[in-house]
Write a protein that binds this ligand. Structure first.
Ligand code: AMP
Length: 113
């Protein structure tokens, strides 16, 4: 999609630090990390947020969560624990309107969310 920063990373038009990828999803390092490990899991298909997954087959939703777990494993935070979070819309403070799941860990994260 035009003017979508994550679509541009997926298309190779701008540089992103790709951490892992498969046919449907990418994990990139967040440009402004909030913890020692801060990855973003992004579908190749442009949907604005979790709300855009309404028409997805159940298997694709499950695959996204499997991919999150594989990312956590590769990042070395599966045993120590990690947070999975996706901002949806204005009140959540969503800034990039291409669905992404934050995978954050590598240190104690406090008790919010
Ligand atoms: P939010 O939409 O609130 O979940 O926040 C968007 C996230 O994307 C923020 O944590 C940003 O640091 C991150 N971000 C924005 N642009 C880039 C980029 N070009 N590469 C990697 N991460 C980015």
């Amino acid at each position: 999609m035009d003017d979508c920063v994550f679509c541009k990373i997926i298309e190779g038009e701008i540089l992103g630090e790709v951490f892992m990828e498969n046919q449907d999803f990418l994990a990139i390092r967040d440009i402004n990390p909030k913890a020692p490990q801060h990855l973003l899991v992004i579908p190749r298909e442009h949907v604005a947020s979790l709300e855009g997954t309404e028409g997805w087959p159940d298997e694709k939703v499950a695959e996204m969560f499997r991919f999150v777990r594989m990312v956590a494993d590769k990042a070395g935070i599966r045993d120590s624990g990690y947070r999975v979070l996706s901002n949806v819309g204005e009140d959540a403070g969503q800034v990039v309107f291409h669905l992404h799941v934050h995978v954050v860990g590598g240190a104690g994260l406090g008790d919010f969310a």
